[in-house]
Write a protein of this length. Structure first.
Length: 411
């Protein structure tokens, strides 16, 4: 395939064995260009000023630069040069095709890629047992307690039950930094044949963006542009109201919030299918961003491999009071605020445990309190739910098999 020349780089193809390569003009002459060097340079410069320096026939442009608004890049019959890597030579291309502007803006959302989302809680379904506005997959809330959010093969879906509309949404931490800026919010979603997906950007009191889709079960792009103002709290929603007695089941593939007045989330291929412009995000980096808001520390669960059935050692401390001791703990990332702590019991019905091995004392269901936090270091203060500590004697702290500690600093 021909590689498109970027104008302003006027060097030709590389020479062999340390020899100097040809200039762009010399290489163009070898390819059959008949104009003068001055004409060639003016031609290249004018294309670069007007069209970002990316040229080829229409098919190559669409394949290589699928994002943007089409438009004529030259009059029919005009000539331009591209470097043909396969044949290692400059080639002339006739104009009259389409220009498609290159580029994709950074995504201001966290955990936007739903074929493989960050899901620290490791549930495949977040159901009606969770209260309204609960976090499901990392950074995404569900609206109503009666709503169900599921992780499907290659996307997520949400379902409304009862008389409640289904909704997943993300809150931005500091939306005021975007005041006065033009933004575009886009989602790829699909309906259920009866109910349609919709997107909205809300201030909490009103929608500044509202874009309805169709009930089609095909993937569709919903996109809206707005200017952030002082009252915008950036509640970014993908939802479906209940249009009939059929509860909505809406699929969502990806979402994007970006600076600018056009969407760069996806483009349509020759068959009309929506294709994401960007590759999947680096999952390690995406996890780190999500851990600013939520971290789960978990021990291994019971399974068929007995070697994984073990508690998780957290550290040791020396109690300074009979009902109180402390332990330093490092989190993987600095969190947004001092987190709330929740201990989930494990396979043995116990959660956080302490052991005084010198006295053979087991402290079950130890209660942790976050005393202070600096960067990604925090101090636990422990009280025992079962009996008093022995002052000055070491206590080891462990999470029992299958137990977990949730550090929650979500918005």
């Amino acid at each position: 395939m021909a590689h498109i020349a970027v104008l302003g780089d006027v060097s030709g193809p590389p020479g062999k064995n340390g020899e100097n390569g040809l200039s762009a003009f010399q290489a163009a002459q070898q390819a059959g260009y008949t104009g003068t060097e001055d004409q060639f340079n003016k031609l290249m410069a004018s294309y670069g000023d007007s069209y970002l320096g990316h040229y080829a026939d229409q098919g190559a442009l669409i394949e290589r630069y699928p994002v943007g608004v089409p438009g004529n890049w030259a009059t029919a019959g005009a000539t331009m040069m591209i470097w043909d890597e396969e044949n290692q030579e400059w080639a002339q291309v006739q104009g009259g095709g389409s220009l498609v502007v290159a580029g994709s803006n950074p995504n201001l959302l966290d955990n936007w890629y739903f074929p493989d989302p960050i899901n620290q809680k490791e549930q495949t379904e977040y159901g009606v047992n969770l209260p309204a506005n609960s976090i499901t997959i990392d950074r995404w809330h569900k609206r109503a307690a009666q709503e169900i959010v599921r992780i499907q093969d290659g996307y997520i879906e949400f379902e409304g039950t009862g008389n409640y509309q289904a909704d997943i949404h993300q809150l931005l931490e500091n939306p005021k930094r975007l005041v006065g800026k033009t933004l575009t919010f886009s989602v790829i979603a699909k309906g259920d044949g009866t109910n349609a997906p919709k997107i909205a950007v809300s201030t909490g009191a009103e929608d500044v963006v509202y874009v309805p889709g169709t009930s089609s079960t095909d993937w569709q792009l919903l996109s809206g542009t707005f200017t952030a103002n002082e009252s915008t709290i950036m509640l970014l929603r993908c939802y479906a109201s209940i249009n009939t007695n059929v509860h909505p089941v809406i699929g969502v593939l990806a979402a994007k919030l970006e600076l600018g007045d056009r969407q760069t989330l996806a483009h349509q291929d020759e068959s009309g299918n929506w294709v994401l412009n960007d590759p999947p995000p680096n999952k390690q980096q995406e996890l780190a961003k999500c851990q600013r808001y939520f971290v789960r520390v978990k021990s291994h669960s019971l399974d068929s491999n007995e070697y994984l059935n073990a508690s998780l050692f957290l550290g040791s401390s020396f109690p300074y009071l009979a009902n109180r001791t402390s332990l330093g703990f490092w989190l993987p990332q600095p969190m947004r605020i001092k987190p709330a702590i929740k201990v989930e019991n494990g396979s043995y019905g116990t959660g956080l445990m302490g052991y005084n091995y010198s006295k053979n004392i087991e402290y079950k269901n130890v209660v942790p309190i976050v005393n202070l936090m600096s960067n990604n270091y925090l101090e636990f203060v422990f009280t025992s739910a079962t009996q008093q500590f022995v002052v000055g004697e070491s206590v080891n702290y462990e999470l029992s098999i299958g137990a977990s500690i949730d550090f929650d600093a979500n918005l």
